[in-house]
Design a protein around this ligand. Structure first.
Ligand code: SF4
Ligand code: SF4
Length: 557
């Protein structure tokens, strides 16, 4: 048998120096990076034939004719997750030896020569996808029965491309994405006749079939006048963004963007606020398709960090060195027991972080990781679900327009605008709380009780905060801030970043950057009003600090 697609990688194979970093690395000799055994398949199956070094040896011998293809080798071809972690660790070429593309090319050669894997899964899934437009073989006319009671406009600039797994197996992800977009009044729609993007077929090697699917889908999207396609599924996103351009000519005027990237922009515009009622520990699992393949690492982390009271605890293997969840590359359908073993290892890794939630941004990762939980007492969620659950629907910010000599200063106006866009900063305060902000051009001016350069006060109401210009008659406490501190605070992207800077300016004041406060109520009263939570988050007050001790550190007047 000839291997035309695999042959294209023959010269790359010769660069393999058999160092073994792709399988065994704990620390790469040259890069000095800590990487914990990157090949998760080798980690559960044990033999070298399953890591990149072993695979390259086998593929080379097939090409050279010193090894004959047999059923065992066909089976072996579908044990690779195509996760790409081996490529990240490989230093033989600038971008590492591209083992995932080699394995995909080999599968393409097998498929085009009619070589069936013993399970027959790739062909079974091809049949289901071509007949029912989803790899699960579910009826196409029921794809959106769970969401079609909602009104979708026939035309919109934004398309939510739901994907087969969120449509048939993880519908809560689709519903959460829907809820989040609706909350910000985004004008979006879905393709009621949405069909599979062909992601899993590509991983099996059915490139010609997927080319037809891609052409049909793009024609449908272009006809609808869509300008941006948003994907909650990392697999669909990667397929549109990275694989389709290799198969068909893509329209230049349509943007393809993962849901987390789209939402990051909206959160920065102040369209959402998220909160947990108490401190919550979260680890983020980078899906291979979104992270390593498409380079999207920051947006999901930004979103988790934007949730009030969320603490992101990074996993030991993360970002481009993240261990795969075990579901990729068609392994989940061909060898479900192997997928579960890989998933269980990822869960053990996450359990070390003592977390409440393990969060990902791919319905397929969520499926496999939840099935691998094995009694661990944390939950696996998709980021859309986490955000939908923590949507703070109550707080908005309103600036009360009133003439005042205390708000003519541009910096004061910027600060007021910033706080009105981040009302979550005040979410821990009880309704009725009044907090006074005064800005000074020097510490002497504050200590000599000279008038501030700017002043306003924030009133916490039931569902909103109001920002009033000028001094307050009855504030709970007065904050005094240097102009330098304010300039830094308004650059904060999240409440956490804001509170950490706030704490640093209070705990370690400098001439230009300092914060002080005068209490107008007893400390215990203020703590009961919710001020303590912010002080804890800012590092001003330790969780177990004797509360009375705070009275010694601040002025009560
Ligand atoms: S594929 Fe790269 S990392 Fe793996 S053995 Fe070969 S040279 Fe080393
Ligand atoms: S792509 Fe992933 S599963 Fe396949 S050999 Fe490389 S590290 Fe192992």
């Amino acid at each position: 048998m000839d291997y035309p697609y695999l042959s294209a990688f023959r010269s790359q194979m010769d660069f393999c120096g058999k160092c073994g970093d792709c399988a065994l690395a704990v620390e790469l000799t040259t890069a000095k990076k800590h990487i914990n055994k990157p090949c998760v398949i080798k980690n559960v199956l044990g033999f070298e034939a399953y890591d990149a070094r072993g695979r390259i040896l086998i593929l080379k011998r097939l090409l050279d004719g010193t090894l004959q293809l047999n059923q065992e080798i066909i089976d072996w071809a579908y044990t690779c997750l195509l996760c790409g972690n081996c490529q990240e660790t490989c230093l033989a070429l600038d971008n590492g030896i591209d083992l995932p593309s080699m394995m995909e090319a080999f599968r393409r050669d097998l498929i085009e020569n009619g070589k069936y894997s013993p399970s027959g899964k790739p062909f079974e899934i091809l049949e289901k996808t071509l007949t029912h437009h989803n790899p699960y073989g579910e009826p196409h006319d029921q794809r959106f029965h769970f969401i079609l009671s909602e009104n979708f406009p026939p035309h919109a600039d934004i398309l939510l491309f739901v994907g087969c797994t969120a449509a048939y197996r993880q519908q809560n992800i689709a519903l959460s994405a829907y809820k989040i977009l609706k909350k910000a009044n985004i004008d979006f729609t879905i393709l009621k006749d949405e069909k599979c993007c062909g992601s899993v077929l590509l991983r099996y090697g059915f490139h010609d079939k997927v080319k037809v699917l891609a052409e049909e889908l793009m024609e449908q999207i272009q006809k609808s006048g869509i300008k941006t396609v948003v994907f909650p599924c990392a697999g669909c996103y990667r397929t549109f963004k990275i694989d389709y351009p290799k198969l068909i000519e893509m329209p230049k005027d349509i943007k393809f963007i993962h849901f987390s990237e789209y939402l990051e922009k909206l959160v920065k515009e102040g369209k959402y606020h998220f909160r947990f009622d108490s401190q919550t520990r979260i680890s983020y699992h980078d899906p291979c398709h979104l992270g390593r393949a498409a380079g999207v690492f920051e947006a999901p982390r930004f979103l988790i960090n934007s949730i009030n009271n969320a603490n992101l605890i990074e996993l030991e293997t993360r970002r481009n060195y993240s261990h795969c969840c075990g579901a990729g590359g068609g392994v989940k359908s061909c060898f479900p027991e192997i997928s579960l073993k890989v998933g269980q290892n990822r869960i053990i890794e996450a359990a070390q972080n003592n977390i409440n939630y393990l969060v990902s941004t791919c319905p397929f990762c969520k499926t496999n990781l939840s099935q691998s939980l094995n009694g661990q007492n944390f939950k696996v969620l998709d980021l859309t679900e986490l955000l939908s659950q923590t949507l703070d629907e109550s707080l908005t910010g309103t600036i009360i327009q009133k003439e005042s000599s205390f708000v003519t200063h541009e910096l004061t106006q910027n600060y007021i605008t910033y706080l009105s866009q981040h009302p979550e900063i005040f979410s821990d305060l009880v309704p009725g709380s009044v907090l006074e902000f005064t800005i000074y051009d020097s510490i002497d001016a504050f200590e000599d009780e000279k008038p501030p350069t700017g002043a306003f006060h924030v009133v916490r109401l039931e569902n909103e905060i109001e920002i009033h210009p000028g001094l307050a008659d009855n504030s709970d406490l007065q904050l005094a801030l240097s102009e330098g501190a304010v300039r830094e605070l308004v650059l904060s992207k999240t409440k956490k970043e804001y509170s950490l800077k706030f704490g640093a300016f209070y705990n370690d004041p400098e001439e230009e950057y300092w914060i002080d406060f005068l209490l107008h109520k007893r400390t215990k009263t203020l703590l009961k009003m919710g001020y303590g939570k912010f002080a804890e988050e800012a590092g001003i007050l330790d969780e177990d600090e004797d509360l009375d001790s705070l009275d010694d550190r601040v002025k009560i007047i």
